[in-house]
Write a protein that binds this ligand. Structure first.
Ligand code: NAD
Ligand code: TYD
Length: 353
């Protein structure tokens, strides 16, 4: 089987659900279940013996050693992280704890486990670290997209802590020979995306009749990729990636935030028309995020050239599926937007108005 960390979060849960559509190989899914981890997302697997869920913190060395000893995975796919930039601005400590110290603790446990494997299993073993394009910092409009050789220049506590974890993973390969792979992906969107992030937050605010809070001038650019395309890239790198290499993953789909929100409003106007106007009327420009990166863009030619991976969805098809999923799954949204979520929205947005 394989071990997945953070498999109750947005991308991890999509990865787990997709995996079982294509494989019968089991998954042991280790997740702390923070505010961002939700087992309801995985309820279709509750009687599926291929899936074992273990609630544990990746920063708990004994728990990691015990899971590895018990389930003997042939690979680890490491998603678990604190992932929201705005939260990292309000409270960076948890980001350092999970993303840096947690990844270090997990790597130590994996190194000990891997050292105990026989020669054949050691050679076949993989540790795939799921990272982000945000480690490369911010691009100007005329700059070339991030490639695998772009220097790291993280600007937020989130991206700095992810950069720290990437460096540790790299060092464990160079120093100890651990067979690692790293993916640096652009912004994802799709089903089960926690509604603190731009796309699900805007869909939810729109249908609840609330303002759509666009930071700054709305011209910050992100390179959007539908989540199942990220999952297929991870499966591709896991099975065919060259050990020690990093792969940038992106959708060749740069778009300014204001245009993303405009498209969402147009889709909602079509799929859930509201009386007396367009959802665009709810758009509200609010004070910017401190240190807000201007532009991210991924050059995904290496993974395409070496491994033949390409995204299956366009932004148009992916965004339509996403809006339809949120409209059809309001019970999921209500289930994850607990009191903690309401406190967060108050913390992040009250001072912006
Ligand atoms: P998420 O916040 O939705 O989910 C994170 C999951 O990790 C949750 O289930 C949470 O409970 C779990 N977790 C957090 N701390 C933990 C700990 N200490 N021990 C065990 N589990 C813990 O995040 P996501 O958007 O699914 O991102 C997953 C990974 O992909 C992250 O490493 C992130 O940096 C990376 N990534 C995300 C994006 C994106 O657009 N969301 C893009 C590129 C890379
Ligand atoms: P986000 O989804 O938080 O992802 P990231 O910061 O990791 O790229 O934000 C995506 C973009 O949307 C980013 O430029 C910030 C902007 N944004 C808003 O304008 N308003 C919002 O309420 C949020 C959450 C994000």
């Amino acid at each position: 089987m394989i071990l997945v960390t953070g498999g109750a979060g947005f991308i991890g849960s999509n990865f787990v659900l997709d995996w079982f559509r294509e494989h019968d190989e089991g998954i042991v899914n280790v997740d702390k279940l923070t505010y961002a981890g939700n087992l309801t997302t995985l309820k279709s697997l509750s009687h599926d013996t291929r899936h074992v869920f273990v609630r544990a913190d990746i920063g708990d060395a004994a728990a990691m050693a015990s899971v590895l000893a018990q389930y003997k995975p042939r690979a680890v796919v490491h998603f678990a992280a604190e992932s929201h930039v705005d939260r990292s601005i309000h409270g960076p400590a948890e980001f350092v704890q999970t993303n840096v110290v947690g990844t270090f603790t997990l790597l130590e446990a994996v190194r000990a486990y891997w050292n105990g494997l026989d020669e054949e299993a050691r050679l076949a073993f993989r540790f795939l670290h799921v990272s982000t394009d945000e480690v490369f910092g911010s691009l100007e409009a005329a700059d070339a997209p991030f490639s695998e050789t772009t220097a790291y220049a993280p600007n937020s506590p989130y991206s700095a802590s992810k950069a720290g974890s990437d460096h540790l993973v790299r060092a464990y390969h160079h120093t100890y020979g651990l067979p690692v792979l790293t993916t640096n992906c652009s912004n994802n969107y799709g089903p089960h995306h926690f509604p603190e992030k731009l796309i699900p937050l805007m869909i939810q605010h729109a249908i609840e009749g609330k303002p759509l809070p666009i930071y700054g001038d709305g011209r910050n650019v992100r390179d959007w990729l539908y989540v199942t395309d990220h999952c297929s890239a991870i499966r591709t790198v896991l099975s065919a990636g060259r050990v020690g290499e990093t792969y940038n993953v992106g959708g060749w789909n740069e778009m300014a935030n204001v245009d993303v929100v405009g498209l969402l409003c147009d889709l909602l106007d079509e799929l859930k028309p509201k009386a007396g106007g367009s959802y665009r009327d709810q758009i509200k420009f609010v004070p910017d995020r401190p240190g807000h990166d201007r532009r991210y863009a991924i050059d995904a030619r290496k993974i395409e050239r070496e491994l033949g991976w390409r995204p299956a969805e366009t932004f148009e098809t992916g965004l339509r599926k996403t809006v339809q999923w949120y409209l059809a799954n309001q019970d999921w949204v209500q289930g994850v937007t607990t009191g903690e979520y309401r406190t967060w929205v108050e913390t992040n947005y009250s001072q912006r108005h």
